[in-house]
Design a protein around this ligand. Structure first.
Ligand SMILES: Nc1ncnc2c1ncn2[C@@H]1O[C@H](COP(=O)(O)OP(=O)(O)OP(=O)(O)O)[C@@H](O)[C@H]1O
Ligand SMILES: [Mg+2]
Length: 191
């Protein structure tokens, strides 16, 4: 199964989400391929600094390399996508069985999520993950209400945590892994 992690906006938690989704599946003994379609190679660098048993990284920063990477064998292929590069995002979406859309809370984020949603084929299962969320804030409540009204599923709310912000500088965060495990379950249930 291929899961693409997409949002045309930058800095919304795509790489963090991709690494955590790959990690939770690998923790269960699955063979995971993490395809890094971002020329900045953030996922690849993260896994280089902190390798994860069961996760193989394939760097694929062009349409040509992405097409080849998507032929990888694995029970799960997670695709981390770059912001802004519409061609690479579209190629990732075309290969996806399910699309996870990370976003921050707040109304300014809605249009970019909407743009990302418009890129998806009608039948592709999709869900939003609110990353770096401040629990109990109006911004978070409004964001959840907004997407509910729009009929878009929210597959996860990941609180803002110093340990998650540390990225490859620290170990993966247990609470984060548990919450992302739930996101993975939802992304798979929609097949
Ligand atoms: N739950 C969280 N708690 C705290 N910080 C977080 C959390 N999730 C993500 N971040 C931080 O938010 C920033 C952006 O996250 P990330 O790099 O995953 O986004 P991205 O969408 O991949 O960015 P880019 O578009 O640049 O590739 C990073 O500094 C990351 O550590
Ligand atoms: Mg990234």
């Amino acid at each position: 199964m291929n899961i693409a992690v997409c949002n045309v906006k930058g800095g919304v938690g795509k790489t963090t989400t991709s690494v955590y989704l790959a990690a939770v599946a690998a923790e269960r003994g699955e063979d995971v391929v993490l395809v890094d379609a971002d020329p900045h190679a953030s996922s690849a660098i993260w896994l280089e600094e902190r390798p994860l048993d069961g996760v193989t990284v394939v760097e694929a920063p062009s349409e040509r390399t992405l097409t080849r990477a998507l032929r990888s064998e694995g029970t799960l292929v997670v695709i981390d996508t770059p912001p802004g590069d519409e061609r690479l995002v579209r190629a990732s979406i075309a290969a996806a069985d399910s699309v996870v859309i990370p976003t921050r809370a707040g109304g300014v984020e809605f249009p970019r999520v909407a743009t990302t949603l418009e890129m998806l084929p009608a039948r592709t299962p999709r869900g939003i993950v609110i990353s770096s969320a401040r629990l109990g804030t109006n911004d978070l409540a409004e964001t959840i209400d907004w997407w509910k009204k729009e009929g878009v599923s929210i597959w996860g709310v990941i609180p803002e945590r110093v340990a998650i912000a540390a990225g490859p500088e620290g170990r993966l965060h247990r609470e984060g892994l548990d919450l992302y495990a739930d996101v993975l379950r939802k992304a798979r249930a929609r097949r």
